[in-house]
Design a protein around this ligand. Structure first.
Ligand SMILES: Nc1ncnc2c1ncn2[C@@H]1O[C@H](COP(=O)(O)OP(=O)(O)OP(=O)(O)O)[C@@H](O)[C@H]1O
Ligand SMILES: O=P(O)(O)OC[C@H]1O[C@H](OP(=O)(O)OP(=O)(O)O)[C@H](O)[C@@H]1O
Length: 208
């Protein structure tokens, strides 16, 4: 942890685009060279702030280990990674849901159905709590392929507009959780850098 600098873990991709909008509205500083850069650590002139550009699934890891003081991350990732971090604020951006989906009207002949997912822990926990035994196969993307190519009976994945399911002939069967993006903090940073972090929370709260 850097004493005098607040380090923010920002996920590259769709969350960053929306997060930048509320960051701007909240009059919080943003690095200039964000659009066209391969840099992974960005500083802001005149501000005691730096951004780490991270893969979404890695954001809670950086924050738990204290290499980032705060982070922006989807609730889906928090549920999957189960990291020891404080969840401070619901930014209410990138809304979607984590759902079970599959081919319509399939009769499950398998005693232990196979579930493909980018979220193996969430999937296992969900079916276990239902008293159902399943085999979970982890994929890293294009999860909707699973049932179509015969790898899995069902999937557990993000659904937003439903377009990906529809265009691949799948239907949403059960909703596991409604998801939005959260502001998280390292537990020690939250105490040591309370003033800076509280100011960010206040400013963001005004524009959410
Ligand atoms: N289709 C979607 N619509 C809205 N929000 C989404 C959608 N898909 C994912 N999200 C939310 O945005 C977060 C980041 O998604 P994104 O697609 O940028 O990353 P990713 O595909 O998990 O990461 P990567 O492909 O870089 O490993 C997810 O964790 C989820 O909270
Ligand atoms: O309901 P929709 O609006 O169609 O959105 C859902 C899709 O968006 C995400 O995929 P992403 O674009 O991140 O690609 P991925 O398959 O590589 O994860 C998610 O995994 C679904 O596939």
């Amino acid at each position: 942890m850097k004493r005098d600098i607040l380090t923010i873990a920002m996920p590259k991709g769709r969350i960053m685009e929306e997060a930048m909008e509320i960051w701007q509205k909240a009059r919080l500083p943003i690095p200039f060279d964000l659009e066209d850069t391969r840099k992974l650590i960005l500083t802001i002139e005149g501000e005691a702030v730096e951004w780490i550009l991270a893969k979404p699934m890695d954001v809670p890891t950086y924050v738990e280990y204290g290499v980032a003081d705060i982070g922006i991350v989807g609730k889906d990732v928090l549920m999957e990674t189960e990291r020891e971090v404080y969840e401070l604020l619901d930014l209410k951006i990138s809304p979607c849901r984590l759902s079970v989906a599959g081919l319509p009207q399939t009769i499950n002949h398998e005693i232990v159905p196979r579930i493909a997912s980018k979220y193996p822990r969430v999937a296992e926990k969900y079916f276990r709590e239902q008293g159902k035994q399943v085999e979970v196969v982890q994929l890293h993307g294009s999860v909707e392929l699973g049932p179509i190519i015969g790898l899995a009976d069902r999937i557990v994945d993000i659904v937003s507009t439903g377009r990906t399911l529809k265009e691949n002939g799948l239907v949403e069967m059960e909703t596991i959780a409604h998801i939005t993006t959260r502001l998280i903090a390292n537990q020690v940073s939250y105490r040591m850098k309370q003033e800076k972090i509280k100011e960010i929370i206040e400013r963001l709260s005004e524009v959410i």
